[in-house]
Design a protein around this ligand. Structure first.
Ligand code: SAM
Ligand code: DTB
Ligand code: SF4
Length: 340
């Protein structure tokens, strides 16, 4: 595959479209081949997600039950105390997670003051537990990004969510370029970039290809790419795509794997609605990370014991830090998983 930097946008989009529309089984086969060249096919990274500040958000993201613009069952809450966050992180580590991801329903976090300091303290203390630290708090300026990085945040999640065109129909309170600006601040700070999107919210196939095009244009590409299936919560204005099924997720993941071979792809929201066979095909298509824990932010996730049993049935092992470091080294050039 030619480097994305040497192609113009049109050619890149055409290439992604060609891959996306490959015959289904050929696509999965190609994705698995590429997956094995860059990743250990026997391991899956497990992250635990915690909503540290829920609801009451001023943005109007039409998919989100935490937006104050819609009347949903979500009850807005104040930010959690650091001690309570750490108790949850200890349990997540015991349950097998290697990364702890803290999410907040903010347009952007405060720039100073007690709440801001508590975010930095939470990052430091989670890190001391031997967990990777991830945060998703909304838009960041350069100073916030650098201070979070210095406090120990390894990954920052900020999604592009969909294509530039469809985005305008989903969110009116901030722009696509605002998102790209935050991603630039995250990248410059030295944190790793976690950036992906949502499918199943009425977008066209062209919008899915548009999202992947934008992800491929991030230079360097995101280390982590969450692919979410839209979870419809009562009160949010979006209607789910008609005739959406697990093949849409599998096709999206396989195309992401082929276009972003080195990124870790997280099979994120929506697993509660998928069968284990559907999820298995997502792993075959190149997904190698998931959220473990009964809850995502406000919606439910499969029971952890069921997830661990599913992974065991598939012969997949939760990755350890060492295993992840090993994978990174392989990605540096010497692909020892290639000879499959
Ligand atoms: N407020 C911050 C932000 O928007 O960046 C962080 C939290 S926000 C909930 C993180 C991501 O969750 C969103 O960008 C979106 O991709 C995903 N998300 C939110 N609601 C969802 C839903 N109903 N179904 C699937 N994904 C959802
Ligand atoms: C991401 O892409 N998916 C996660 C995480 N990043 C923060 C969030 C999924 C949220 C699903 C809806 C909810 O539970 O509120
Ligand atoms: Fe707020 Fe994030 Fe939900 Fe948008 S996705 S409404 S910014 S919590």
């Amino acid at each position: 595959m030619t480097s994305t930097s040497t192609k113009n946008l049109h050619e890149l989009k055409a290439e992604i479209s060609r891959v996306y529309h490959m015959p289904y089984l050929d696509l999965i086969f190609k994705a698995q081949e590429i997956h094995r060249r860059h990743h250990n096919p026997e391991t899956v990274q497990l992250s635990h997600l915690l909503s540290i500040k829920t609801g009451g958000c001023r943005e109007d993201c039409a998919y989100c039950p935490q937006s104050a613009h819609y009347k949903t069952p979500v009850v807005a809450d104040r930010i959690w105390d650091v001690d309570r966050i750490i108790e949850s992180a200890i349990l997540a580590k015991k349950a097998g997670a290697t990364r702890f991801c803290m999410g907040a329903a903010w347009s952007s976090p405060p720039k100073k003051g007690a709440v801001y300091q508590s975010l930095l303290t939470a990052a430091r203390e989670v890190k001391q537990l031997g967990l990777e630290v991830c945060m998703t708090l909304g838009m960041l300026n350069q100073q916030q990004a650098s201070e979070l990085q210095a406090a120990g945040v390894d990954y920052y999640n900020h999604n592009l969510d969909t294509s530039r065109e469809y985005y305008q129909k989903i969110i009116t309170t901030r722009s696509y370029d605002d998102r790209l600006k935050t991603l630039d601040h995250v990248r410059r700070s030295g944190m790793k970039v976690c950036c992906g999107g949502i499918i199943g919210m009425g977008e066209s196939l062209d919008d899915r290809i548009g999202l992947l095009t934008e992800l491929c244009l991030l230079d360097p590409p995101p280390e982590s790419v969450p692919i979410n299936q839209f979870v419809k919560v009562q009160g949010t204005p979006l209607l789910p795509s008609e005739s959406f099924d697990s093949r849409d997720m599998i096709r999206m993941i396989a195309t992401t794997r082929i276009m972003l071979p080195q990124s870790v792809i997280r099979l994120s929201a929506g697993r509660k609605d998928m069968t284990e066979d559907g999820q298995s095909l997502c792993f075959l298509a190149g997904a190698n990370s998931l959220f473990i824990g009964e809850k995502l932010l406000t919606t439910s996730n499969p029971e952890p014991a069921k997830d661990l049993a599913m992974l065991q049935k598939l012969g997949l092992k939760p990755s350890t830090h060492q295993a992840l470091e090993h994978d990174d080294k392989e990605d540096a050039g010497n692909n020892s998983f290639e000879q499959v």
